[in-house]
Design a protein around this ligand. Structure first.
Ligand code: AMP
Ligand code: TRP
Length: 339
């Protein structure tokens, strides 16, 4: 099936399960912002229903949802250009999620590495929601007939599952109804690594705060974390090939390239031969220059959350204009009697 019959539409989401990290910003949000100005309709979402697949303190969840919205807006997502929502306020996500629970197979879910990572050794004690998480994610995307989904590398498997669900639904009901969505996983920062361990993803749930840069960190904290980031004793190479077996060095160079909007080769043309004692302060200056305006704007927005709440309320209304007819048609296809 070709996607030519579908309007080019972007959907992506981030969990409000903690603060935003530099990994979220470089791996996802920066691309969300640039896609706004391309030929797509864009829908961006705080996936609060996904967040509660592991326990969230209700007050913290409300705070984190608003702060994530502030982070989106402060990073350049414009409520005039994009629809900005929190998932729970557009009920069609959960409704289509149920249908997809009945399309997806147990075996598919059991293969999901994110479930295995998050459930750990104690899978029997994980919530049923954590297991079914990818079916809801497929619903998030397909309830908009979204054609493109910008994400970091860790979400690739979930997007393949989304394609499998769309294909099986279309096949089982003999329709061409759901698009086969394209993942958009591009650039040097699709997998930003921990500052303490170049083999681990930078994550909002890492117990060590020094492992990540939070979008709300102040300039001193950012500089200190970069100064203390784990590295090797060698100077930077002058070509990308020289980073192959140096995960920590590669990570810092990738971060630099993405923050500066230049290629890894360009970074190395400029900094090749430099020691980390020189490169780290340059990276810290760049990070502070790029992130400080965002964190200042986030703080301003969080001062009066009524503005954020208004944006989300309007977003939910706009979203439902798209999702309600798609859900209605889905129900008809499946055989639900309705008016
Ligand atoms: P999450 O915070 O897990 O909800 O992730 C939200 C988005 O940020 C997804 O598109 C992830 O792939 C992306 N993301 C999260 N952590 C990283 C990272 N360390 N590097 C690149 N992308 C990331
Ligand atoms: N699973 C994604 C993550 O953890 C968040 C997410 C939920 C998402 N629904 C989505 C991302 C739909 C893209 C599209 O990062």
């Amino acid at each position: 099936m070709s996607d030519t019959s579908f309007i080019p539409r972007v959907f992506s989401g981030i969990q409000p399960s903690g603060g935003l990290t530099l990994g979220n910003y470089l791996g996802a949000i920066k691309r969300f912002v640039s896609m706004q100005d391309e030929d797509y309709e864009t829908v961006y979402c705080m996936v609060d229903l996904h967040a509660i697949t592991v326990w969230q303190d209700p007050k913290a969840l409300m705070h984190n949802t608003r702060e994530l919205a502030a982070g989106f807006i402060a990073s350049g997502i414009s409520p005039e250009k994009s629809i900005l929502i929190n998932q729970s306020q557009v009920p069609e996500h959960a409704q289509l999620g149920w249908i997809f629970n009945c399309v997806a197979r147990m075996g598919w879910m059991q293969r999901m590495t994110q479930f295995k990572d998050k459930a750990g050794k104690n899978a029997q004690n994980a919530s049923l929601g954590l297991f079914g998480y990818p079916a809801l994610m497929a619903a998030d995307i397909l309830v908009y007939h979204a054609t493109h989904v910008p994400v970091g590398e860790d979400q690739k498997q979930h997007l393949e599952l989304t394609r499998d669900i769309a294909t099986k639904f279309n096949h089982d009901f003999g329709v061409d109804f759901f698009p086969i969505t394209e993942p958009v996983i591009e650039g040097a920062a699709t997998r930003v690594m921990s500052l303490r361990d170049g083999s681990k993803k930078m994550s909002k749930s890492d117990p060590s705060d020094a492992s990540r840069i939070n979008m709300t960190d102040d300039a001193d904290t950012i500089a200190k974390k970069i100064r203390k980031a784990k590295t090797d004793p060698d100077a930077l190479p002058s070509e990308a090939k020289g980073l192959e077996d140096r995960p920590e060095a590669r990570n810092l160079v990738n971060i630099y390239a993405t923050l500066a909007d230049i290629s890894v080769d360009q970074v190395l043309a400029e900094h090749g031969g430099a020691q980390f004692g020189t490169f780290k302060p340059a990276l810290a200056d760049l990070a502070v220059a790029k992130l400080s305006p965002i964190s200042a704007e986030m703080a301003r927005l969080m001062d009066d959350v009524s503005e954020i709440d208004k944006v989300l309320a309007r977003g939910a209304e706009q979203a439902r204009e798209i999702t309600a007819p798609i859900l209605k048609k889905t129900y008809e296809i499946v055989g639900m009697v309705g008016s």
